[in-house]
Design a binder for this molecule. Structure first.
Ligand code: AMP
Length: 405
């Protein structure tokens, strides 16, 4: 089956067409500046990238242009829309309502919309994207794969905040966690690579990218994760602060004469390694600046790695031991220096870092010595493939149910 995987933002739409049997990406691309002017990028497998401007007043036009491009006689990968067996949508926040991927019926979409309060920036664009696809492909099944779903197995002691309990009851204020598709994919892949059952492993997954999060996966189930009600909590990120004393928000609002919204913008968009260094949110820029003697860039790198190590320690405690620590996403897969700064200081856990083996980028590798008690690994994530797999599973079950199998 050919699956169209869609990841919608407020003004962007990333897409891939994956052949689910071979798991080969047939084409991928991006629509940007939706609602402003519109730029489409398209790359069929093994061919050059195409990029052009095209009017995209709304997501519907963007989806329509993507389908047209996919059917292009010269560069397309499908002859008609009917070749798309299903569409898998990356959904951000499913609240407590979705612990797994699900067929996007109208009832389900209404339930997702009821979670919009929890993710006002992220959920509405994904719903707009689903509506656009439904309009243009009315008979194609749509599946929602939630960023929060994998973390729904966390026990109450891990997801509850030390706040009046009524805020949880009235407003569902609790830890949800994000990047769940990636944490699930990587933890399952770790078990596969090691030839072990997920039930027999305690894994810490470090998803280190522009947004970063860590999770503790015990016996195949997430038992804790660093992002919270929103993706702001936890690690120091590209532009997000991660954990801070909440009083800082009030303190800075007074000192800088800012509104609550303005301070929240600073904490989300102007903090993290960008705010610390004043250089960049990109770790390649930070490494270059630090190498030239920029002390604040070095401080940002040190603080980032320190926070990761702190979380690893706390999750080893949460699981009463750890078997595998896996690094993934842009930084986790590629930044050998960050991995070294984290992984070389975990000796107290019995983890023996192998500096030579660590010299890999973007590929699966073990970066601990053979006698290490804890296995340190690099495992590239593939959220689109994970979405494709879930989508096929749901659609196959749906078809089997319909024929009464
Ligand atoms: P992601 O959000 O997973 O796409 O990760 C993006 C981040 O990964 C970028 O902002 C960079 O900081 C980092 N990154 C990507 N490639 C490299 C690389 N080759 N070396 C170091 N950092 C990288």
């Amino acid at each position: 089956m050919k699956v169209l995987v869609i990841n919608c933002g407020s003004s962007s739409l990333k897409y891939q067409v994956i052949d689910s049997e071979t798991e080969v990406v047939l084409a991928k691309g991006l629509c940007e500046r939706i609602g402003i002017d519109g730029v489409l990028t398209y790359q069929p497998a093994g061919k050059d990238k195409i990029k052009y401007e095209a009017a995209m007043p709304a997501h519907k036009e963007a989806v329509s242009l993507v389908l047209k491009q996919l059917m292009d006689p010269e560069t397309g990968v499908i002859a008609s829309v009917d070749e798309i067996g299903a569409v898998g949508h990356r959904m951000v926040h499913g609240g407590e309502k979705f612990a797994c991927s699900t067929l996007l019926t109208q009832e389900v979409l209404d339930t997702v919309a009821s979670c919009n309060d929890l993710a006002p920036l992220h959920n509405p664009p994904t719903l707009v994207g689903v509506a656009a696809c439904k309009e243009l492909m009315p008979t194609t099944p749509m599946v929602g794969v939630f960023d929060t779903a994998f973390h729904q197995t966390m026990p109450a002691e891990a997801y509850i905040y030390g706040l009046p309990y009524e805020y949880y009851e009235k407003y569902a204020v609790r830890r949800y966690g994000f990047h769940g598709t990636s944490h699930k994919f990587v933890s399952q892949r770790v078990a596969e690579i090691l030839g072990k059952k997920p039930e027999d492993l305690n894994i810490i997954v470090c998803h280190l990218g522009n947004g970063s999060s860590i999770s503790a996966v015990k016996g195949g189930k997430c038992v804790d994760t660093s992002m919270g009600l929103t993706p702001l909590e936890g690690l120091i990120m590209g532009t997000r602060s991660g954990d801070i004393d909440p009083t800082i928000i009030e303190f800075i609002a007074h000192k800088e004469n800012m509104t609550l919204e303005e301070v929240m913008t600073v904490i989300n968009k102007k903090s993290g390694v960008q705010g610390l260094s004043g250089v960049s949110s990109d770790f390649r820029d930070l490494a270059a600046a630090a190498a030239e003697g920029n002390a604040r860039a070095q401080l940002a790198l040190d603080a980032f790695a320190y926070r990761v190590r702190k979380y690893i320690g706390s999750y080893a405690a949460a699981m009463d031991g750890v078997d595998v620590i896996a690094f993934t996403a842009g930084i986790g897969e590629n930044d050998t220096a960050v991995r070294a700064a984290v992984a070389s200081k975990l000796g107290y856990l019995g983890a023996k870092f192998d500096a030579e083996a660590n010299n890999v980028r973007g590929e699966e590798a073990t970066i601990s010595t053979p006698d290490s008690k804890v296995t340190l690994m690099v495992v590239p994530t593939n959220e689109e493939l994970a979405i494709c797999r879930d989508t096929v599973e749901i659609v196959t079950n749906m078809v089997e149910e319909a024929v009464g199998k």
